[in-house]
Structures are given as structure tokens and as C-alpha cells.
Design a protein around this ligand. Structure first.
Ligand code: GRF
Length: 221
């Protein structure tokens, strides 16, 4: 399954995907293209260093649908069948999301539904939570509200600041995101309403039920 990775910034999650691909741990997923809305994103150099095609589509001055059409065109030209948002800082509309039902994944640095949106790590710290973590989820048109695929908790430690907590959260997401991408490409994920089932956790009966149209298994909601 060819995937497009959308980025805006540093690209450590992209690097984790590239590294996984390099050691054969991403297959049957294959990174076909990286697209950045930010011409200055350090993520672009990571793609170049790995020999993966990278394109910039600067969103500034573009209507949202025009920007999305340009990204869709790049993804189509590269044959991408799924999309990974790896630190991509634009909200996608139905215009884009509907093209990839249950085929867009995002990683978010909190235990959703707590602290969606920007600045999740400082928000969690300011709230005083004792547990934060990583959520990898399907993307719908809500803000970080699509069906949850995997979550891993990361305890807050005394003296943590946003930087130290985010660093530990990122260590976790760098392992989790490639694993989920591989699972998606391998056809191991299915949806039952909002519940995402992984083949390793489900009995054969669960998977048959989840794939029936009347079980809400057709698409992310
Ligand atoms: C990650 O922590 C991710 O959870 C959030 O944005 C950050 C991106 O970091 N959506 P990077 O660009 O992958 O280093």
C-alpha cells in the first residue's frame, strides 16, 4: 500500500516512518511521497536524505479547497492509497477526508479525547494530569476526534515541563505510528462503529461482524 505522508515541521515522526521502512518494518506500506505545506519544514530534508520524493504545497494565499486539491493531485500522481499526518498542522475538510475513508491516520500527543488541537502537551501539564500519552487515530472532519486506533499512556513526572514530557511522548509515538501504518497496510484494522479492532485482538467472529455493512464497519465516522 503506497502512502503519502503530510508534514509541517520537524519531522521526527516522518523519520521514524523512514527508519522503519529502511529496516523493512513498514511493509506492506511504502512511503510514496512526502508533502509539506511549509517550505521551511526540516522534515523535507529527512525525505530527501532517504531518497523519498518530497513536494511543497504552500497553503498561504490558497483557499482551503484549492490547497487540498493540490495535495490530492500530488498524492494521486504518486499512487498514494492512504495518508499519514505526521505533525501536519492544517485541518482537512470533507473535500479531502472523503477521498480516503478509513485511510487517513494522525498521531496526537495526548490521550484523546482529552486535549485535542494545538498545544496538547502544555494544556495537559497546565491541567495537572498525572497521565498523558499518545493517540493514533483515523482522521475525520472533527478536530482530533476520529476513531481511536491505539493509545499508549505516558506518566507525567515531577518537574516535567512541556519539552521533557513531549520528548517522552514522542519516543512512544515514534514506535507506535510505524506499527499502526504497517497494520493498516496489512489490512489488520477494521471499524465497528467508533471501535477500531485489530486482528491480533479479535476473534474471527468479531472480524466477520465488523466487516458486515450493518455493523457500521464500512468507514470511519
Ligand atoms: C508530534 O508530537 C505529533 O504528535 C503532533 O505533532 C508533533 C510533530 O512532531 N501531531 P514531528 O514533526 O513529527 O517531529
Amino acid at each position: 500500500m503506497k502512502i503519502g505522508v503530510l508534514v509541517s515541521g520537524t519531522g521526527t515522526n516522518l523519520q521514524a516512518l523512514l527508519d522503519a521502512q529502511g529496516r523493512g518494518a513498514l511493509a506492506p506500506a511504502q512511503i510514496a511521497v512526502v508533502v509539506s505545506n511549509n517550505p521551511e519544514a526540516p522534515a523535507l530534508a529527512r525525505a530527501h536524505a532517504a531518497g523519498v520524493p518530497a513536494e511543497v504545497i504552500d497553503h498561504r494565499g490558497l483557499a482551503r479547497e484549492v490547497f487540498e486539491d493540490r495535495v490530492l493531485a500530488v498524492l494521486a500522481a504518486r499512487g498514494a492509497e492512504a495518508v499519514v499526518l505526521a505533525g501536519f498542522m492544517r485541518v482537512l475538510t470533507a473535500h479531502f477526508v472523503d477521498r480516503f475513508p478509513q485511510r487517513i491516520i494522525n498521531t496526537h500527543p495526548s490521550l484523546l479525547p482529552a486535549f485535542p488541537g494545538k498545544d496538547a502537551v502544555p494544556q495537559a501539564l497546565a491541567y495537572g494530569v498525572k497521565l498523558s500519552g499518545v493517540t493514533v487515530h483515523f482522521v475525520d472532519t472533527s478536530l482530533d476526534g476520529g476513531p481511536i486506533i491505539e493509545q499508549v499512556a505516558v506518566p507525567v513526572q515531577p518537574g516535567d515541563d512541556a519539552r521533557s514530557l513531549h520528548a517522552r511522548i514522542q519516543d512512544v509515538e515514534h514506535a507506535l505510528l510505524p506499527d499502526v501504518v504497517r497494520s493498516l497496510a496489512a489490512g489488520e484494522l477494521s471499524c465497528q462503529g467508533r471501535a477500531v479492532l485489530h486482528r491480533r485482538d479479535a476473534s474471527p467472529g468479531d472480524l466477520r461482524a465488523a466487516s458486515r455493512p450493518d455493523a457500521g464497519g464500512g468507514r470511519a465516522e
